[in-house]
Design a protein around this ligand. Sequence first.
Ligand code: CS2
Ligand code: MG
Length: 403
Amino acid sequence: MPKIVSARVIVTCPGRNFVTLKIECDDGTTGLGDATLNGRELSVASYLTDHVVPCLIGRDAHRIEDVWQYLYKGAYWRRGPVTMAAIAAVDTALWDIKGKLAGLPVYQLLGGAARDACMVYAHANGTTIEDTIEVAKAEQAKGYKAIRLQCGVPGLASTYGVAKHGARYEPADADLPSESVWSTEKYLRVVPELFKAAREAMGWDVHLLHDIHHRLTPIEAGRLGKALEPYNLFWIEDPTPAENQEAFKLIRHHTTTPIAVGEVFNSIWDAKDLIQNQLIDYIRATVVHAGGITHLRRIASLADLYQVRTGCHGATDLSPVAMAAALHFGLSVPNFGVQEHMPHTDETDAVFPHAYSFDDGMMHPGEAPGLGVDIDEDLAATYDYKRAYLPVARLEDGTLCNW
Ligand SMILES: O=C(O)[C@@H](O)[C@@H](O)[C@H](O)[C@H](O)CO
Ligand SMILES: [Mg+2]
C-alpha cells in the first residue's frame, strides 16, 4: 500500500493567494490538492495543518473514499466552506496520487472520456455596453463558444464583474474589504439592453451567460429572466441567494431562462432541493469548495437523474490544481454542461506548470498521469501571502446588501 508519510500546506501569492496541499507517500509519489478559499485562505491552511494532517500520516493513500468519510464523519462538525475545502484538498491530492501510481490521467480512473473535450466559457466585461461587446468579440475570435457578459451600470461607480480601468478582473483586491454601491433598479435597466446589443452585434451562434451574483430578490430575478428570454441566454447565474432553496420556485414560475447556481455550495445538501425539484439547470459546485472529486461526482450523479448539468465555477481564485481536477471531472462526467475559464496570470502558471490545454473554445486535461499539475516550490516561496478581501456592497442609502 502507498503509505502517506507527509502532508504539507504551501501558501503562495503569485499575484493572488493560493493554498495548496501536497501529500507524499513512502515511495516518493506526491499529490496536490487546491484548498484556496478566497479572502479566508489561512483558515483552511490552519484546518489542514493543525487538524487534518496529523490524521493522515500512516494511512493508505489508495483508500480515497474511506479517508473522505473519515474526515467528514470523523470531524463531527459537518460541512461548511472551511471543512469542505480542506477535505477537498486531501481528496484531490489522493486522486492525483492514484493516477500517478496507475500511470493514468485521473479522467481515466473516473470512467474515461465521455466527450472529446470540455466546452469552457470566457469572460467579457467593460464599463459600457459597447466596451463589453468589443471584448466579447475578441474572446469569440479566440474560439470561445460561450461568453459571460458583465457591464458597468450607469450611475454606479463600480459593478460586480467589471474590472477597474481595464485591469484584469480580480475581486479580492484590498487589504480590508472595499465598499461598492448597488442599485437594483439601475442594474435591471441596463442588463436587457446589454444582451439586446450583444445579439445584434454577435449573432446567435455563441452562448451568452450572465452572473447576477446573488443580488436580486426572487421576483426581481423572475422579472429579469423574463426580460432576457428574447436573447436566448445559456444561463443566468446566482439570481438570488440560495440558502432558501424554495425561493427558486418563484423564479421558475416566471421565466424559462436557464438558471445556474452553486459556486458557494459546499455539499450535496446545499443543492438537494434545487436539483430534486428541478429548480435549476446547471450546478456550479466545484472540486475545491465542495469536498473534492469524490463528493462532486456524488452531486453530479444526483443532478443527472433530474437532467441538471454541471457548470463548475472556475474563477482565478481557484488554482490551476482545481482547474485540472475540474477538467478531469468534466471530461468524464455524463452530464457535463460547461466549465468556467478565467485564465490565470503568467506568474501563476509558472508556479503551477500544467498539462491542460485550450483549443478553439474547448479544454482538455492532458494525458499526464494523475492531475497533470505540478508546483514549483522554490518559485512559490518567493511570493509571500498577502491579505486580500472580497468587497462588500451597500445600497445607495448605506444598507449593507449582498456583494
Ligand atoms: O462566477 C464567478 O466566477 C464568480 O461569481 C466569482 O467571480 C466569485 O465572485 C469569486 O470566485 C469569489 O471569490
Ligand atoms: Mg459567479
